[in-house]
Write a protein that binds this ligand. Structure first.
Ligand SMILES: [Zn+2]
Length: 265
């Protein structure tokens, strides 16, 4: 596995891009087969947030994603939460990662940890800190790490109209349904049960205005998603990890190849 990751990193040109492309900001293609023109980099820390794994430089996004992160951090600080920890965004020109996950390619996906930081962390700590799991996989329930701070952050994250969906592990969705299902707020439906995502949640934004080649994801079913669909997830045996990365590059839109060759568009 390690060897494969190494080979993939060497042959993945997207992982070597160190500066964003010129041109206006545009998310191109799909979330899991796309790229990003005119990316902006999120500063390593700011009001209410700190960036994780700064060495990896997965700090780029479409400007609406950067603004979303800044807004969420400010709102969560206002709500009395400690600093939020921002995980992977996208690379300088987007495109597929060599390790980790298959989406995050068009600058519209960001991971946020459920773990908070009560004080400013050094760059070294932010490179090495361990995630905190929120799920007891034997009992298929959230564990004692999942409390009101996590609930507040998820609610703030999902209420934002820029958000298309948020991936969480099924017992986390269940915990949110237990608390909010009776009032059935529209944002609850945006929390989508998925593999992994037990130590972080993954925010996906809608295609932005002006990104004409951005491919939206198929809409999820209407409603809170707290019923039969969630139950079907909770009876599946293991939801610990996501599917492994495919061992070939996705087919990217032609515009991504132009972006990679660094020609001005
Ligand atoms: Zn993610």
């Amino acid at each position: 596995m390690y060897q494969w990751i190494l080979v993939a990193a060497m042959s993945n040109p997207w992982a070597h891009q160190v500066t964003p492309s010129t041109g206006s900001a545009e998310a191109i293609g799909g979330y899991a087969a796309g790229c990003l023109q005119g990316a902006v980099a999120l500063p390593e820390h700011g009001t209410g947030y700190q960036i994780l794994r700064p060495r990896q430089k997965r700090i780029y996004g479409h400007p609406i994603m950067q603004q979303y992160v800044l807004d969420l951090a400010r709102q969560s600080k206002k709500a009395g939460l400690p600093d939020i920890l921002v995980g992977d965004m996208a690379m300088a020109k987007g495109g597929p990662f060599s390790s980790g996950h298959r989406s995050h390619q068009s600058g519209l996906d960001t991971d946020f940890w459920f773990r908070f930081a009560a004080k400013p962390l050094s760059a070294r700590t932010r490179n090495t800190i361990k995630p905190l799991d929120m799920v007891d996989f034997r009992r298929n329930k959230v564990n004692k790490n999942f409390g009101q701070q996590q609930v507040t952050l998820l609610k703030l994250a999902a209420q934002d109209p820029r958000v298309e969906r948020i991936f969480v592990n099924p017992p986390i969705k269940q915990a949110m349904c237990d608390q909010f299902g009776a009032t059935d707020p529209t944002w609850l439906g945006k929390l989508r049960p998925w593999f992994g995502h037990s130590a972080h949640f993954h925010v996906r934004l809608h295609c932005p205005v002006g990104s004409k080649d951005c491919e939206p994801q198929k809409p999820y079913p209407e409603g809170s998603g707290c019923g039969a669909e969630l139950q079907s997830w909770l009876t599946k045996p293991a939801m610990v990890s996501s599917k492994p990365l495919p061992n070939r590059m996705p087919d990217l839109p032609d515009r991504c190849e132009i972006l990679l060759s660094n020609k001005k568009q």
